[in-house]
Structures are given as structure tokens and as C-alpha cells.
Design a binder for this molecule. Structure first.
Ligand code: C2O
Length: 539
């Protein structure tokens, strides 16, 4: 591999969408942010210089960061944030991965405007395991709060007013400017590789193109067994590559592509639809073309979601084998969900009965420390920073068939699970839906995991375990814990460091739906985490 250098200047920039102009935190003045592209085996060196009043850090979502945990990026987990007028160089090698990922800010709410595609091509002369596409196109389904709030204040964004494709809200919103629509221009009879990224803050999104089916070939930068579909669902942080084979249609034929949320909750959320246009190339612009619209399922169509997610299988062939742990050293059962905590004095709180909204894993809402976990672990200064007593089972037992638990209060803490090197771990993530009913896109840093099963209701250790797919389960870095159900994942702890696992809904993350794993060094020198780079920010 080669070394590729990028420079990210974090700057404020006035951005106009839907007739509003806002000052936003951006990378190099770009919104959405610049594309980072590399090949498998390359080293990426990204110098981030912070020119804005608030702190920031950048996360390379889905990159394994093998023995380079100092470059992972979540603030207060692997690094202290980069302060105003300071800089940090993210330096890491892309090992054993190729496909579509994303990068984004990992401090406060800044992911709303600071994000972009991270494209990893195969090694030189290594073909895709599918026909070579005529063209590759990246389509980001974006954060939605672009027009609401000056996000540099660090305050949370309001409920969104729009979704976008590559930053463009499209013709279905009021006050769309003419060039506010994303247009994908295609030729007939060709194959296009669409790299889809859900970079939204708080919404799983359905995606569909009128009159066209696509073939899914990759998820979260892992190849999958190809399957055809006319409907996709992506949770925030998830990526999906699809092949679009264009039809023998005349120039000017136009089709909407639409995205809008899946949501079973009763709360306030943005249920609007973003439209882009798939357009068969025409020499002159073809304003009067009929535009066909795809039909999206109802907004709360849980069955459409599970029908789709259950189709994913890893490629699991001799070139791309699935290395699924067949036996398990440690089993964990984590409840994930919303809860509440007492309202602090002198505050008004939005939660039930005037309490404060909180979210938790095993009823523990993770408080961020004031220094980074990885530093305090590495330099053996954990005292007062974190404890290693994160529970393997929930504090409050959970049961869908019994009386709903009235115990919704969470405990606060900074607790971690310590895993010896190479532990094979199984984690059952059980959604509790105690307050609200939403599925939670759970993201694990530093790893891919295999999704061995999912189901509705209570996880039943006796019978559900028998149904685990240990042959060709899909490999991902972010999985939706089904609303009212559970998902089981397995991974081998072969990457030493401190790794955050959290809900990729930014609002749930802020409420504490996160925990961290410490994976100990392995016995050999090349299985140890090296010391931090000299420019690692200080808190
Ligand atoms: Cu994409 Cu911890 O996040």
C-alpha cells in the first residue's frame, strides 16, 4: 500500500438550504464534507486542524484500527478532543477491508454537519467479486438538521426539517432551489455501483428507486451474497453497496429515488421525504419528462424492515471466508433502551413525570469521563476515571410477557468490560421499548461482528441459540436491534484497546446509550497496542 495524506481544516461556513442560511462547522468549508478515498492496504494520514471555537474529534466509522486505537477518534474514549487552534494527525493503515464507510465528527452533536464518505477500493488489480461497474456513485442520506440551528453552539439540534441526498433536499420540500435536487444521470443498459451511506443523526431510512430493482453486494464494507430488492433500509452509520442495472430506456426517462424514515415511535420526529432523480441522459435538459415515484412502505413497517435485514448473508467463499466464532468464551446479555433519571435541581426536564430522559445498556447510562479512557487505561491511571464492573446482565430483569417493569430509572457510571485478547464474545442485545418504541442501531468501534440471529419478543437462550447461523452470517459494524426484539452478535476480541459500543442515534448516544470494552494486549509484540503519538490531544 501507499500513504495518502489529507488535511482537514475545521472551519465555519455559511451554508444555504431551503431558503435558510446557517453558519456551520465544516471540513475545508465543504458541506457535506470531502470524500476520503484509499485502497485496502494503504496508510491514511489525516491532519485535522481546529479553527472553530468548540472542540472536535474525527471518527473513521467502521475502520478496524488494528493496533491503532489512538486514531479511532471518539472524544473522551480514545482521545481528548482537539481544542481550538490545535491539531492532531490521524494515522492508520486499512487492513483487510474494502468497501464503503464514512467518517464523522465524534464530539457533542457535530456529526450533524461534519461527515463525509470514506471509500476503500480493493488492492491494485484485485477485482470486485461482481461484474465491474460502468461507474461508481456515492449517495449519502444525510443528517437532517441542516436548516434548524447554528450547530456550532454545541446545543442539540431541533427535530429535523429535511432529509437530503448528498446535502440536497430535493423537490418535495417547499422552497427548494432549482439546483437543490440530487440527479443521478445514467446511460441505458449499464451497471452502476451505488455506494449508499446513512449519515443521518437519528433516523433509519427506507430507500427506493421507482421502477428499478438493485442488487445488494456489500454492507458495512463487507461483501455479501448478492440479492435483489426494490427497497433498502439503512440505519445511521450503516452503508450498503448496490448494483443498479439501467434499462433500455430512451433519453429523458426520469425516476424518483426517495428516502424517508422507518419509525414505530410516538415521539416527535421528521417524517418527511427526500427525493432525488434518476435520469436517463438527455442532450438537452428534459423538463417535461414524467417522473415515476417509488412506493415506500408505511412509516412503521417493522415487517418490511425485518424481511429486508434477514436477507443479508456474508459472501463466505474461499476468497472471502466468514471467520465466525463457532464456540464462545464469554456470553453477554445486554438490554438496550430508553429510561429516565431524576431531574437535576434548577433544570426543567422533558422526560416522564418531569424526569430527565436517559438511555442505557443494562440499565447503566454511561457518563463520559473528563479524560480519555484509552489514555487512563494505557498509563494505568484508571482511578476515578472508570471501573471494570460493567454488568454482564441487566440490573433490572426484563420480560416482554410479564408486567412491564416500572423500574425505568438508570444508574449513571463509567463502567467497562475487560476482555482478554482473543476472547470470543457473544452479545445478545435485547430491546426493551419501555419508553418509546424504536430500534437502536448499535455500533461497535474497532471491530466487525457477525450477526448470528435476530428475533422478536424475549430472547430465549435455550431455543434461539439453536437457530444461530454460524455458517454465513452477515459481518457488520452497525446492526439494528429490532424494535420489540433482539439481535445476537459474535466477535473475536483480537484488537487491543478501548472500544466504544453505542446507539448510532445521536440523541440516544447523548442520553448515555453506550458502553466500552477494554481488550487486553496479546502475548506477542505485534498484538500489543503501541504507545500514543506525541501530538495526542490533552484534556
Ligand atoms: Cu459512527 Cu461512535 O460512531
Amino acid at each position: 500500500g501507499i500513504t495518502r495524506h489529507y488535511k482537514f481544516n475545521i472551519t465555519l461556513k455559511n451554508v444555504t438550504r431551503l431558503c435558510h442560511t446557517k453558519s456551520m462547522v465544516t471540513v475545508n468549508g465543504r458541506f457535506p464534507g470531502p470524500r476520503v478515498i484509499a485502497r485496502e492496504g494503504d496508510r491514511l494520514v489525516v491532519k485535522v486542524v481546529n479553527h472553530v471555537p468548540n472542540n472536535i474529534s474525527i471518527h473513521w466509522h467502521g475502520i478496524r484500527q488494528l493496533r491503532s486505537g489512538w486514531a479511532d477518534g471518539p472524544s473522551y474514549i480514545t482521545q481528548c478532543p482537539i481544542q481550538t487552534n490545535q491539531s492532531y494527525v490521524y494515522n492508520f493503515t486499512i487492513t483487510g477491508q474494502r468497501g464503503t464507510l464514512l467518517w464523522h465528527a465524534h464530539f457533542s452533536w457535530l456529526r450533524a454537519t461534519v461527515y463525509g464518505p470514506l471509500i476503500i477500493l480493493p488492492k491494485p488489480h484485485v477485482p470486485y467479486p461482481f461484474p465491474k461497474p460502468h461507474k461508481e456513485v456515492t449517495i449519502m442520506l444525510d443528517p437532517e438538521a441542516i436548516i434548524n440551528q447554528a450547530l456550532q453552539t454545541g446545543a442539540g439540534p431541533n427535530v429535523s426539517e429535511a432529509y437530503t441526498f448528498n446535502g440536497l433536499p430535493g423537490p418535495l420540500y417547499n422552497c427548494s432551489a432549482k439546483d437543490d435536487t440530487y440527479r443521478l444521470k445514467v446511460k441505458p443498459g449499464k451497471t452502476y455501483l451505488l455506494r449508499l451511506i446513512n449519515a443521518a443523526l437519528n433516523d433509519e431510512l427506507f430507500f427506493s428507486i421507482a421502477n428499478h430493482t438493485v442488487t445488494v453486494v456489500e454492507a458495512d464494507a463487507s461483501y455479501v451474497k448478492p440479492f435483489e430488492t426494490d427497497l433498502l433500509l439503512l440505519g445511521p452509520g450503516q452503508t450498503t453497496n448496490v448494483l443498479l442495472k439501467t434499462k433500455p430506456l430512451p433519453p429523458g426517462a426520469s425516476f424518483y429515488m426517495l428516502a424517508r424514515p422507518y419509525n414505530t415511535g410516538q415521539g416527535t420526529f421528521d417524517n418527511t421525504t427526500v427525493a432525488g432523480v434518476l435520469e436517463y441522459e438527455h442532450p438537452s435538459s428534459n423538463k417535461n419528462a414524467t417522473v415515476f415515484k417509488p412506493v415506500l412502505p408505511p412509516i412503521n413497517a417493522t415487517s418490511a424492515v425485518s424481511n429486508f435485514t434477514r436477507r443479508f448473508r456474508s459472501l463466505a467463499n474461499s476468497q472471502f471466508p466468514a471467520d465466525v466464532p463457532q464456540t464462545v468464551d464469554k456470553k453477554f446479555y445486554f438490554t438496550v433502551g430508553l429510561g429516565n433519571s431524576p431531574c437535576p435541581k434548577n433544570q426543567t426536564c422533558q422526560g416522564p413525570n418531569g424526569t430527565k430522559f436517559a438511555a442505557s445498556v443494562n440499565n447503566i447510562s454511561m457518563a463520559l469521563p473528563s479524560t480519555a479512557l484509552l489514555q487512563s487505561y494505557f498509563f494505568k491511571k484508571s482511578n476515578g476515571v472508570f471501573t471494570t464492573d460493567f454488568p454482564s446482565f441487566p440490573l433490572h430483569p426484563f420480560n416482554y410477557t410479564g408486567t412491564p417493569p416500572n423500574q425505568t430509572f438508570v444508574a449513571n457510571g463509567t463502567k467497562v468490560v475487560v476482555l482478554p485478547f482473543n476472547t470470543s464474545a457473544e452479545v445478545v442485545l435485547q430491546d426493551t421499548s419501555i419508553l418509546g418504541a424504536e430500534s437502536h442501531p448499535l455500533h461497535l468501534h474497532g471491530y466487525n461482528f457477525y450477526v448470528v440471529a435476530e428475533g422478536f419478543g424475549n430472547f430465549d437462550p435455550k431455543n434461539d441459540t439453536k437457530k444461530f447461523n454460524l455458517v454465513d452470517p452477515v459481518e457488520r459494524n452497525t446492526v439494528g436491534v429490532p424494535s420489540g426484539g433482539w439481535v445476537a452478535i459474535r466477535f473475536r476480541a483480537d484488537n487491543p484497546g478501548v472500544w466504544l459500543m453505542h446507539c448510532h442515534f445521536d440523541v440516544h448516544l447523548s442520553w448515555g446509550l453506550r458502553m466500552a470494552w477494554i481488550v487486553l494486549d496479546g502475548p506477542l509484540p505485534n498484538q500489543k497496542l503501541p504507545p500514543p503519538p506525541a501530538d495526542l490531544p490533552k484534556c
